[in-house]
Design a protein around this ligand. Structure first.
Ligand code: PXP
Length: 247
């Protein structure tokens, strides 16, 4: 069984588009509430909830994270940049896991994997702090050997392989090569003793192939499920993805 983690950021984005200035994150007319979305998704079978607290707070707000921590009963995964501010915040909130991602203000969503080779010291400091606090760290990295090998050396128990390049190539000539790159990444991560997750750009179509990658523990999916939920509601969107994930 491959687990399904729901990323709720895009739900928060819709709320912020209208209510950024309201000063409230939920209640009254403020909607949609990403926490309510998360709880409904859990009821429908999501195995974990992911939220990305960005430095510029463009979608998920601090209050969302506090409420998620209190109410999520599966597993709360906090996506965050590898900075001292976010490390301190994670230690205070104590999510079940953190996923370290690169962050740049210009991107709409996370565009590429964290370069752990380039940012080795910062990543190591964060991994050490999380390990000491009993919080699992996942490193969101491109499926390349130097990144995966260093992730294992740094003592991060999990990696999340970036499936964005594969998803972008899905209808083009590069798909087979990107799939093979992911496949090798999964094998290498597994052989090094890492728990291997994957995410970014996974949808109701490409899931049929992504799910055949070896040794997958969990897929983290956001955009396609939130988009589908506009038509079907979140429960059906989640259960449909779960059915395709483990047919
Ligand atoms: N995993 C990580 C680390 C991400 O940054 C994102 C995007 O926020 C996702 C998974 C989900 O990507 P998508 O919204 O394309 O499903």
């Amino acid at each position: 069984m491959i687990l399904l983690g729901l990323n709720i950021d895009h739900g928060a984005t819709v709320r912020q588009a209208r209510y950024r200035a309201a000063g409230a994150t939920h209640g009254g007319a403020v909607e949609p509430d990403p926490v309510a979305l998360a709880l409904a998704a859990e009821q429908a079978g999501a195995d974990g909830i992911t939220a990305h607290l960005r430095e510029d707070r463009r979608h998920v707000q601090d209050e969302d994270i506090t409420r998620l921590r209190a109410q999520v009963t599966t597993r709360l995964n906090l996506e965050m940049a590898c900075t001292p501010e976010m490390t301190a915040l994670a230690l205070a909130i104590a999510p079940d896991s953190v996923c370290l991602v690169p962050e740049s203000r210009e991107e709409i969503t996370t565009e590429g994997g964290l370069d752990v080779v380039k940012h080795r010291e910062r990543v190591q400091a964060c991994v050490d702090a999380m390990n000491a606090a009993g919080i699992k760290t996942s490193l969101f990295i491109d499926p390349d050997a130097p990144q995966i090998e260093l992730a294992a050396k740094l003592g991060a128990p999990w990696i999340e392989l970036h499936t964005g390049a594969y998803a972008n190539a899905y209808f083009g000539a590069g798909r087979a090569a990107e799939f093979e790159r992911l496949r090798r990444g999964c094998e290498l991560g597994h052989n090094l003793g890492l728990t291997v997750n994957a995410g970014h750009g996974i949808n109701y179509v490409n899931i049929a192939e992504v799910r055949t990658l070896p040794h997958l523990h969990e897929l983290n999916i956001g955009h396609s499920i939130i988009s589908r939920a506009l038509f079907t509601g979140i429960a059906k969107a989640v259960s449909e993805m779960k059915a395709r994930l483990n047919p």
